[in-house]
Design a protein around this ligand. Structure first.
Ligand code: SAM
Length: 208
């Protein structure tokens, strides 16, 4: 499987312009087959999202890499993820950052991810079941926040939980499965800068 993983990083990430060494190394390290549903292991390194139950998906590897690179996740960072899903993206970020906080609204998915983190020995990931649009105020401020589901607009509560210089990466759009991937950087206490990183298709962010 690690041959498939190295090939995935080369063909799907490097060739499409992902260049952050931390992201590429972390994606070479994390066994994606441990995060897909039983029976889907053979497809773990395909260039597509896969079903993970509860009508949700584990995102395409390229999208995971693109979001983590865009959020500038680096060693020493404290990161928040909204939408734990399988736990794969959180595991990749935990390979780079100091700590990862991740929130999932489906208890069954949160439990699945928790079991995987324990089995694989991750000790820098905190999980919670709940509405991620509220963030994790007790652990704020965050250096980076990644939202893995499409929102109608960026939740102000998440923007307020960014540190100065912190980055929020979030798919935003009026349609259910067609969004623009936005990077919102907190440049001061009250000022935010927005960058459009292109079109994406995510399951909807519920709540807020
Ligand atoms: N990052 C995940 C992975 O690596 O497998 C993929 C996430 S999946 C595309 C989006 C997830 O967001 C789903 O599991 C969904 O249940 C969750 N979700 C949607 N709205 C949410 C909310 N308000 N709070 C927390 N999780 C939410």
């Amino acid at each position: 499987m690690s041959d498939n993983r190295y090939r995935m990083v080369d063909r799907q990430l490097v060739r499409r312009g992902i260049s952050d060494r931390n992201v590429l190394d972390a994606m070479r390290d994390v066994a994606r087959e441990a995060f897909v549903d039983p029976g889907f292991e053979a497809f773990a390194y395909e260039d597509e999202p896969l079903p993970i139950g509860e009508g949700q998906t584990i995102s395409q590897p390229y999208i995971v890499a693109l979001m983590i690179e865009a959020a500038g996740v680096k060693p020493g960072d404290k990161v928040l993820e909204v939408g734990t899903g399988s736990g794969y993206a959180a595991a990749v970020m935990a390979g780079i950052a100091k700590s990862v906080y991740t929130i999932e609204r489906h208890a069954a998915l949160e439990q699945g991810a928790r079991g995987r983190f324990e089995k694989l020995g991750f000790d820098n990931i905190e999980l919670r079941v709940g509405d991620g649009t509220k963030g994790w105020p007790e652990a704020a401020p965050f250096d980076a926040i990644i939202v893995a589901a499409g929102a109608s607009k960026a939740p102000q509560r998440l923007m307020d939980q960014l540190d100065i210089g912190g980055r929020l990466v979030i798919p935003v759009g009026a349609e259910a499965r067609s969004q623009r991937l936005l990077k919102i950087t907190r440049v001061s206490g009250t000022q935010f800068e927005e960058e459009d990183l292109g079109g994406v298709r995510f399951v909807p962010l519920i709540g807020g």
